[in-house]
Design a protein around this ligand. Structure first.
Ligand code: COA
Length: 254
């Protein structure tokens, strides 16, 4: 199973479990997570959600081979379903990141409530390096979280940044030693699960409710660009270069 889910003590745990491919996320994995989140919404036994990866890798982002073979088709696509349920989750979502969080691995954190990072965590949104553009409202949420210039640096250059920098720009709550991060995030999720669920839901709705329509509109706008760019020659060159283990050559495109 490339996605592991378990429920205990009021917490739904979702774990990326495809370490041989650096936890790269396929359509089937998105669907499994979308289904788990959807089910959690109406399951009174779930009071908090915890997302984790492996100690050495959170996720390498979208599976690039899957991207080429099954490009996501609009709102019915598994990736959209996953991100829709995550961004609309009424229950609190905690993430623990260790190792690299690439692309959607960083984007998804902007829709979580509490984010904890191990000191080995690295974040990147290499969309421009792949001939793509930001996705799932990150072009709106990251400037809100980090400020325009810091968001522009991360989204335009797409370079990786450290856990400490992620904390400084507001993407991460706290940086912890690698062997403590999941335990700490579990404890935070357990605290949330023990508090009155109606209060937690109210806090979340009050902080995020006014943004729901704007988030949906930005997701739709980004998806339009993203879908067009996915089949454009720049992205094809970037993906082929990755699998051929060479540097992409964008010089021939304008
Ligand atoms: N999609 C599909 N396969 C991926 C992948 C991805 N996003 N990321 C890694 N893999 C696969 C590699 O092809 C390789 O497979 P192989 O063993 O069959 O050759 C395996 O996972 C290990 O990856 P490798 O690149 O050798 O690991 P690394 O430790 O040297 O580097 C990363 C790790 C995450 C830095 C690097 O894999 C990477 O840059 N991946 C692509 C990230 C990306 O662009 N994601 C999309 C964002 S929109």
């Amino acid at each position: 199973m490339d996605i592991l889910t378990s429920k205990a003590n009021g917490i739904l745990a979702i774990e990326f479990n495809r370490p041989d491919k650096k936890n790269a996320i396929t359509a089937a994995m998105y669907q499994a997570m979308a289904d788990a989140l959807k089910e959690a919404e109406s399951d009174t036994a779930v009071r908090a959600i915890l997302i984790t990866g492996k100690p050495e890798i959170f996720t390498a982002g979208n599976d690039l081979e899957d991207f080429l073979k099954n490009p996501p088709q609009g709102m019915s696509s598994p990736v959209y379903q996953f991100m829709w349920h995550l961004s609309h989750a009424a229950k609190p979502v905690v993430a623990a990141v260790s190792g690299m969080a690439v692309g959607i691995g960083t984007t998804l954190l902007m829709h979580c409530d509490l984010v904890y990072a191990a000191d080995n965590a690295k974040f990147s949104m290499p969309f421009t390096q792949l001939g793509l553009c930001p996705e799932f409202s990150s072009s709106m949420l990251l400037p809100q979280i980090a400020g325009y210039q810091r968001a522009a640096e991360k989204l335009m250059l797409g370079e990786a940044f450290t856990a400490e920098e992620a904390r400084e720009i507001g993407l991460v709550n706290k940086v912890l030693p690698l062997d403590q991060v999941v335990v700490f995030a579990q404890a935070q999720a357990a605290k949330l699960a023990a508090l009155p669920a109606s209060s937690i839901r109210a806090v979340k709705r009050l902080m995020k409710g006014h943004q729901t329509a704007a988030i949906e509109a930005k997701m739709t706008e980004e998806m339009k660009y993203f879908s067009e760019m996915l089949s454009a020659p720049e992205a094809q060159e970037a993906f082929n270069a990755f699998f051929q283990k060479r540097r992409p050559d964008f010089g021939k495109f304008f």
